[in-house]
Design a protein around this ligand. Structure first.
Ligand code: HEM
Length: 782
């Protein structure tokens, strides 16, 4: 019950998009759960503001601190009064509950209760021990027993409240910083409770399911190892000695407080090894737990006086995680703490909390928290002329974008958008990673398809191509060859990463469209100039993920609900505004003004005009009136509108992300698997090259949430580079290059994808498409 209320509270915060203090809510649930288990009573911290919590914290806040040298603290006259006030409040509150249970405890019904709370058990003992002495007629509780019972109840509430709540907070923090672990924990929940099924409902029916959460348990244990919230001190005795581990000498303990610092033990390299500071729940999985040194893990301490609340706390934290991990993405918001400066909590009241170092073990809370969370939502692209309809319609020229040949005009820097030959990785501009990183795996996705369309009204007679559509041109082949040479120049010549000869380490994949095989052939020639045949990988027709061809009606429906073909006013706005341009182009080309295909977007006019200009062909004229020709300014407007459309379809619409995930998510899942296999040493392939289509690369950019979307031109290329850090204990990182330079994403999780923690990237992909593309399958069928 308390857990569900906790979920509701989080839900309220999330729906209001509010920064809030997790510790407050975590403490409330902790007190409510202890209250329920020990007293069978609802302390109502979660539902009505946590009055008891305030009293407890007030008492702790005012308690005497022996270490303080502050005279105002040491000699405060107020202290005895205030602490007494808070203590009395708590004693009265708990005493009342005890009295109520005492009165009820004599009823037959309550005696028969199967579920017994801590109070019930204490009262049972009381009845046994005292009734004999006092007689059954006693109506009031023995005062000595009452005082002891209240003290013990308060100890239980005190000992359990901040230990459990801080552990819960650290679980969220560490999981948000380790998305891969979060994904694994979520997967376990899916396996135990079922996908899309609430754990609350399942646990109500079968509470023992909680015992199946081995991974969650391992997460909690690892959190407790790293951030152990409590420890204990024991008074030495004259018959108890401690052996000095170095000299072997027996040391007396009489009159000495012996402290077992569980925190330091959890962080000891000697005990846990070199990776002691790393968050690795796997240490505590059943198959590995035997490797944990005996008595090394002791957040609850050992021996007869160890923590009596440990089972309760583990069950509670596991339950809360089960109910929240799949439902919420928790992110640290340390930079926004100022927005909570008046929330009335102790953190804000006592300014000393905010002074001094705000980090532990060099963990700069602010930065990790910012980059930590996996944000799976859509994020708008950067504003530029491309997604500003006013500038697209009323501007002139092409804003520096080139459309007239494979070579950029003299003086134009490489990297400038060139529809005929998009910028790609080249040795001259390649941003070499620092020596700290070693390249481990490369996967490239390119698009080449310079063609003329068989329904092209401007087609030159005598074009000598095959009957296949589309058809690659001579220039397209030349550029593809150069593209291959440039890639080889970087990954072989510059980095020494690619093997000298083609081997199983390098693979090429194409789609069922013949043109991609032609391109691959020439590109491989530019790279390796092989004398023998090279095999190309291809997935079967109808299910290919690269083109993509697999059926995903939900994605098609999504695209057509807001983009090409839709009646959505923000889509049709540019088509309506460009009506005069359409009319003029139609009158020159002879395209019927009611042709839906040519007027539902600028796609056909864009393709036809740009393909001609790329091949240095003049802009077309009317077949019957050669004085009526498309002007350069008209062509430029078409190009601007084309850019606008691509940005709209693949980035500006908030729907674009899900549509792309549905239609291209399978390829992303394959990419993630390829990377995982390489990292795990299961695959020897170090370079994969995919020759794809503009629709493929556009969707990929859509999923990566590229900061500025453009119409994906010839030779457009996205490269995924996986690195191993030489410094960081072999940690893996990812860099993504788009147009030869580091890709900038609008997603706060990805940001500038330059040595992004590989786990973060994989968790982003998993989060969107699911492992083995499970979420895509579900979405496509929805
Ligand atoms: C993550 C959560 C918790 C941690 C890390 C923790 C840790 C500890 C530690 C280190 C001790 C000292 C043991 C010793 O002296 O040998 C202790 C004692 C104790 N804990 Fe916990 N505790 C947690 C939660 C709880 C909860 C939820 C309760 C109550 C419902 C609780 C009740 C107690 C009590 C009553 C003792 C004193 C036991 C005794 O002296 O016999 N603890 N705990």
């Amino acid at each position: 019950m308390a857990s569900r209320t906790f979920v509701r509270l989080l839900d309220e915060h999330a729906s209001a998009d509010r920064v809030f203090r997790m510790e407050e809510e975590a403490t409330k649930i902790t007190i409510d759960v202890i209250g329920k288990v020990i007293c069978g009573y609802d302390f109502k911290c979660l539902t009505s503001g946590g009055q008891f919590m305030e009293w407890m914290r007030g008492a702790l806040f005012w308690a005497f601190d022996h270490q303080s040298l502050n005279p105002f603290h040491r000699y405060s006259l107020l202290r005895p009064l205030v602490t007494r006030y808070y203590r009395m409040k708590m004693i009265t509150y708990v005493g009342k509950i005890l009295d109520e249970r005492f009165a009820a405890g004599k009823s037959e019904a309550s005696k028969a209760l199967k579920k017994k709370t801590g109070i019930d058990l204490a009262l049972e003992l009381y009845a046994k021990d005292y009734n004999r002495q006092m007689g059954a007629s006693a109506t009031t509780m023995n005062a000595e027993f009452r005082k002891a019972a209240i003290d013990n109840l308060l100890v239980l509430l005190f000992a359990g409240h901040d230990t459990t709540s801080s552990t819960l907070c650290y679980c969220y923090k560490l999981l948000s910083e380790h998305p891969h672990t979060l994904t694994a924990a979520r997967q376990e929940l899916d396996e135990v409770f079922g996908v899309d099924v609430s754990a609350a409902q399942q646990l109500r029916e079968n509470p023992f399911l909680i015992n199946k959460l081995d991974y969650s348990l391992a997460v909690i244990k690892e959190v407790l190892r790293l951030w152990s919230p409590a420890s204990t001190a024991k008074l030495g005795r004259n018959d108890f000695f401690i052996r000095d581990p170095i000299s072997g000498e027996l040391l007396p303990t009489d009159g000495i407080n012996i402290w077992t610092p569980s925190f330091a033990m959890g962080r000891s390299k000697k005990i846990w090894g070199e990776d002691v500071d790393e968050f690795k729940p796997e240490r505590f999985l059943p198959e590995n737990v035997a490797k944990v040194p005996a008595d090394a893990w002791r957040p609850f301490e050992k021996g007869p006086r160890n923590c009596i609340g440990q089972e309760l706390t583990m069950i509670e934290i596991k339950t809360v995680l089960a109910l929240t991990l799949r439902e919420f993405d928790v992110q640290g918001a340390f930079d926004e703490l100022a927005s909570l400066s008046n929330d009335g909590t102790h953190w804000t009241k006592d300014k000393s909390f905010q002074k001094g170092p705000q980090e532990v073990f060099g963990d700069p809370i602010k930065t990790t928290a910012q980059n930590a969370s996996i944000e799976l939502g859509w994020h708008a692209p950067r504003k530029s002329w491309i997604n500003d309809l006013g500038q697209v319609l009323n501007g002139t020229g092409t804003n520096g974008f080139a459309f007239n040949g494979s070579q950029l005009p003299a003086g134009t820097p490489y990297g400038t958008y060139n529809w005929c030959n998009m910028p790609h990785v080249r040795a001259q501009e390649y941003p070499k990673a620092s020596d700290e990183y070693e390249l481990q795996y490369v996967e490239v996705s390119t698009y080449w398809s310079v063609y003329t369309n068989e329904i092209n009204p401007f087609a030159q007679t005598g074009f000598n191509g095959s009957c296949q559509f589309p058809q690659i041109t001579r220039q397209g082949l030349d550029d593809s060859w150069q593209h291959g040479k440039d890639l080889y120049g970087v990954y072989h010549d510059l980095l020494g990463f690619l093997p000298n000869d083609l081997s199983d380490k390098v693979t090429y994949r194409v789609t069922n469209n013949q043109i991609t095989s032609q391109v691959a052939g020439i590109l491989i020639n530019g790279m390796y100039a092989p004398e023998d045949d090279v095999s190309l990988r291809i997935q079967p027709t109808g299910v290919d993920s690269l083109e993509p061809q697999y059926s995903c009606p939900a994605a098609s429906t999504r695209y057509s609900s807001y983009g090409v073909g839709s009646k959505a006013s923000n889509w049709t706005a540019h088509l309506t505004a460009a009506k005069p341009l359409f009319n003029s182009l139609d009158s020159i080309s002879g395209i019927a003004s009611d042709s839906t295909d040519w007027h539902k977007s600028f796609d056909h006019y864009y393709d036809n005009l740009s393909a001609r200009q790329c091949h240095a062909k003049p802009l077309p004229c009317n077949i019957n009136d050669t004085s009526s020709c498309v002007t350069q300014e008209q062509a430029n407007t078409v190009y601007r509108l084309g850019q606008y459309e691509y940005s709209f379809i693949y980035r500006d619409s908030p729907q674009s992300l899900q549509a792309a995930v549905g239609s291209y998510g399978v390829w992303l899942a394959e990419l993630a698997q390829n990377i995982r296999d390489t990292v795990a040493g299961k695959s020897e392939v170090i370079y994969r090259h995919n020759v794809a289509h503009d629709g493929s690369v556009s969707r990929l950019l859509s999923i990566l949430q590229v900061e500025q979307m453009v119409w994906v031109g010839m030779g457009a290329e996205v490269v995924f580079e996986v690195y191993t850090s030489k410094k960081d204990g072999g940690k893996k990182y990812l860099r993504v290059l788009w147009g030869g330079q580091v890709l900038k994403s609008s997603s706060p999780t990805l940001g500038k994808i330059d040595m992004l923690d590989l786990d973060v990237f994989l968790a982003y992909v998993d989060g969107l498409v699911g492992e083995r593309a499970q979420k895509v399958v579900e979405f496509c069928a929805s």
